[in-house]
Design a protein around this ligand. Structure first.
Ligand SMILES: Cc1cc2nc3c(=O)[nH]c(=O)nc-3n(C[C@H](O)[C@H](O)[C@H](O)COP(=O)(O)OP(=O)(O)OC[C@H]3O[C@@H](n4cnc5c(N)ncnc54)[C@H](O)[C@@H]3O)c2cc1C
Length: 420
């Protein structure tokens, strides 16, 4: 079938599945390119207030601003330091600082980033309450999208930005499975003023190691995007091993239902939360255990990863977590979605043939993003599965140990600036 010419993407009718970070990014970029875009988001309400903290390499913020993806004054904190700390009896309540590892992170409120992107997507493009149930390539080369109400629409191109359990990925590659990493990320946040002192959390990220995992603690802008002293949000997460046979029990909510992949804020049974908080008291320095203890409505999600053989088949593409899916240690979630989307629009701009653009884009994203998955695996090995006792180490031995395991030189994270 001869390809209809859509010079530099102009006039291309595009359907996007999913309206979170990667979906919004794709919509902004492709609307600006002159495509006729419709975005389907299954959630009935906007997603803006459901997130917590998110880290991206600092240099990325400048790129976002130059591309007018976020406001020039978007609030964030800079994390130039990754303090690797271990609990010891002698160093209570703040812990023993084994290594002050240089880093270069921008620490954002997830909702703040989402709102910046969402307001750049025209309202007529973004359709809430629209769940996509099937994608079907047509003999005319176009793609048919079926919605949960049974209605169907045809597009020249469908971009799936539907997250880690992506329908798009399952449709294109039914044999590709997401792999459970053997641990969950337990998360929470607390208003700064709930703690009698906040100095121990100033500037950078605290990374607290313990046998079987580590926790990360850092400030992100608080409600109303406030960065004022006292109004910041303490964002934290702790990696907790949960063997696969016990995962269903762990993900059982207050009502006794087994959730798929995560326990959202408010759904965790009291007994699960108490047991986790007790473990925190045993594993991390007292100051940080107090942050955890005071945090309301903590939540958790299972950690998976997944490499993909390609980012497109025909006219169906994957972006963000719908494509290769890396563990959160790599601080790559938001960044990867944003890069996939900007690279897609650049490829369409550079080629008069849509199919050539997609082929070239897919080859690059597949290699780059699968590499990020491997990078996340290496960090998972170093910081969770095989974490050594940092209380017996100093900066020199820590750096040597870290670089012996984390060997991938990521395009996004320099070897001296690894994130966790
Ligand atoms: C509400 C929310 C809060 C988050 N908070 C944080 C956070 O605090 N920190 C952090 O590091 N990461 C957070 N994340 C994850 C983070 O956004 C992603 O890992 C990363 O940015 C990549 O995003 P994504 O757009 O590829 O996927 P996701 O953010 O997972 O978004 C996928 C979107 O697709 C929609 N969707 C899925 N299936 C369908 C379907 N069949 N039809 C229509 N729509 C569909 C989902 O509702 C969702 O909005 C959050 C994600 C969400 C959805």
């Amino acid at each position: 079938m001869a390809e209809t010419v859509h010079e530099n993407g102009r006039g291309l009718k595009v359907g996007i599945v999913g309206g979170s970070i990667a979906g919004c990014m794709t919509a902004i970029e492709l609307v600006r390119l002159g495509c006729d875009v419709t975005l389907f988001e299954r959630t009935g309400e906007e997603l803006k207030d459901r997130g917590a903290g998110i880290g991206v390499p600092s240099s990325v913020i400048d790129t976002f601003i130059k591309r007018d993806l976020v406001d020039a004054d978007i609030p964030y904190f800079s994390g130039h330091s990754f303090m690797r700390i271990w609990r010891t009896d002698q160093h209570q309540p703040y812990g023993y600082l084994a290594w002050d590892q240089p880093s270069n992170l921008a620490l954002l409120n997830w909702g703040g980033l989402y709102r910046n992107l969402r307001k750049r997507v025209p309202n007529h493009v973004y359709r809430t309450g629209h769940r996509v149930t099937a994608l079907q390539e047509q003999t005319n080369g176009r793609v048919e999208v079926t919605l949960s109400d049974g209605s169907r629409q045809e597009f020249d191109l469908v971009v799936c930005a539907d997250g880690y359990a992506s329908l798009g990925r399952r449709t294109l590659f039914p044999d590709v499975a997401i792999r459970y990493a053997g641990y969950v990320l337990w998360r929470g946040f607390l208003m700064e003023h709930e703690m009698s002192e906040s100095q121990p959390l100033e500037s950078g990220v605290r990374c607290l190691g313990y046998p079987g995992g580590h926790g990360i603690f850092y400030f992100v802008p608080g409600p109303g995007d406030s960065i004022a002293f006292g109004k910041r949000l303490i964002n934290w997460g702790m990696y907790v091993p949960v063997p696969e046979p016990e995962l269903a029990a762990f993900l059982t909510d207050k009502e006794g239902n087994v959730r798929e992949g995560s326990l959202s804020p408010g759904s965790m049974p009291l007994a699960t939360e108490r047991a986790l908080k007790q473990k925190a008291h045993e594993r991390i320095p007292g100051y940080y255990a107090e942050v955890v203890e005071k945090s309301p409505d903590t939540f958790a999600y299972a950690i998976y990863d997944c490499e993909v053989p390609a980012y497109r088949k025909g006219r169906i593409c994957l972006v963000g977590d719908a494509g290769a899916f890396a563990r959160p240690h790599s601080a790559a979630g938001a960044l990867k979605g944003i890069n996939d989307a900007t690279a897609l629009s650049e490829a369409l701009k550079a080629h008069s043939s849509v199919d050539e653009a997609l082929a070239q884009w897919s080859a690059v994203q597949t290699e780059t993003d699968n590499n990020l998955v491997r990078f996340g695996n290496q960090l998972g090995r170093a910081l969770v599965r095989e974490i050594p006792d940092w209380s017996k180490m100093d900066a020199t031995s820590m750096e040597k140990w870290f670089t012996s395991i984390v060997t991938i030189q990521s395009e996004f994270f320099g070897s001296k600036e690894q994130k966790s």
